[in-house]
Design a protein around this ligand. Structure first.
Ligand code: XIL
Length: 353
């Protein structure tokens, strides 16, 4: 990241800050004290992943209040809400939505159709009709549960459907039984379930201009052209091996081409670990430049970080390649809840600095 990833950032930093237009949001302050205040001035929601199990911890709560947007880290996944067919458990997901509502945050539902954290009963379904009806029912029930509450404003309808190299869709119960059309079917079911929320396709390792990003771009372009109800694309932005970081200039280009289709784009799960040998100054610069790229694109409407503090980051159990046995340190707050230089990089970029 410090080499290739840092190259090509010229022209991105701060260039178009505020391109989303001056906000009249009351949250916008002359001297922002929080990320959400800084984001509000250009109309961006600033998010974090939240885990229900930590919501009663004082430091966790204080830090969560920096944000205007939340994504449940695991609590709305298929295995959490419908562990056995037709039996729904809303407890943990509802705790997050309620916490968000109390604290004036919006929520992005995450996620409806994904090959991972999927209960065994779905994989065990024998026919296409069974998978279709389970998928449509899942989407309908989960979105229906939160419909009309004004806190859940968007859903990741389909998550990570493409192979890492972008050559084809991943094998899953959905692709193997329903074929590539499962994505169209999922979005149609989602729109039928709730016409008032934003519907996103979300994926990783497709942040900049690469083969996987090209495949996703072609897919969503075709969806738009065929009238499939999609509102936007989430670029996860988990960066560092094994997800090679994209240059900020490439990310900007990808954001621009997606939004040129009339779609929104969001940075949906950003973290940027230092297992590859980055310094904290490198990390600050990278966070700054990615956030600046989003701020430069009017239809890049939200930036969500995958957890606030290193203390509870999923990267701590991420043992792939260079992170095995290392301290990934990929978040904006350290494990003792102290703001890292990267935090200031983000705060600056949100203000066009
Ligand atoms: C991760 C969670 O952070 C972990 O707690 C869990 O064990 C695995 O999933 N892409 C996604 C997220 O869309 O749902 C993943 O979250 C991280 C990668």
């Amino acid at each position: 990241m410090s080499g290739a990833g840092m190259a090509g950032m010229a022209g991105v930093g701060g260039a178009g800050a505020g391109a989303g237009g001056a906000s009249t949001s009351p949250m916008c302050k002359t001297t922002p004290q929080t990320l959400k205040e800084a984001g509000a001035c250009s109309g961006r929601l600033i998010g974090t992943a939240l885990a229900a199990s930590h919501l009663n911890e004082a430091q966790y709560q204080t830090t969560a209040k920096e944000f205007s947007y939340a994504t449940p880290e695991n609590e709305m996944k298929w295995g959490s809400v419908e562990p056995s067919q037709g039996a729904f458990n809303w407890t943990a997901a509802d705790q997050i939505v309620s916490f968000a509502k109390t604290n004036g945050m919006k929520v992005k539902g995450h996620n409806l159709v994904w090959h991972s954290q999927l209960p065994g009963w779905v994989s065990g379904l024998g026919t296409a009709d069974q998978v279709r009806s389970a998928m449509v029912n899942h989407i309908t029930q989960v979105m229906g549960h939160y419909k009309g509450n004004s806190t859940v404003v968007a859903w990741d309808v389909v998550n990570e459907a493409w192979e890492n190299d972008g050559s084809k869709l991943r094998d899953s119960p959905f692709s193997s039984k329903l074929g590539t059309g499962f994505i169209d079917e999922a979005f149609k079911a989602a729109r039928a379930a709730d016409s008032s929320v934003k519907l996103y396709y979300n994926d990783f390792r497709a942040d900049g201009m690469n083969a996987k990003a090209n495949s996703i771009y072609a897919m969503v372009k075709s969806m738009v052209e065929r009238g499939i109800p999609i509102d936007g694309v989430g670029l996860q932005m988990h960066t560092g091996t094994p997800n090679p970081p994209s240059t900020p200039a490439d990310v900007l280009q990808n954001l621009q081409r997606i939004t040129a289709l009339g779609l929104e784009v969001v940075i949906s799960e950003m973290d940027s670990h230092v297992c590859d040998g980055l310094t904290s100054a490198d990390q600050k610069q990278y966070y700054h430049d990615i956030v600046a790229a989003c701020v430069a694109v009017p239809m890049c409407t939200a930036i969500t970080f995958w957890g606030a503090s290193d203390k509870y980051s999923w990267l701590n159990s991420f043992n792939e390649t260079n992170c095995a046995g290392k301290d990934p340190s990929g978040c904006l707050w350290d494990a003792n809840w102290m703001k890292k230089p990267a935090y200031n990089g983000v705060l600056d970029a949100l203000q066009g600095k």
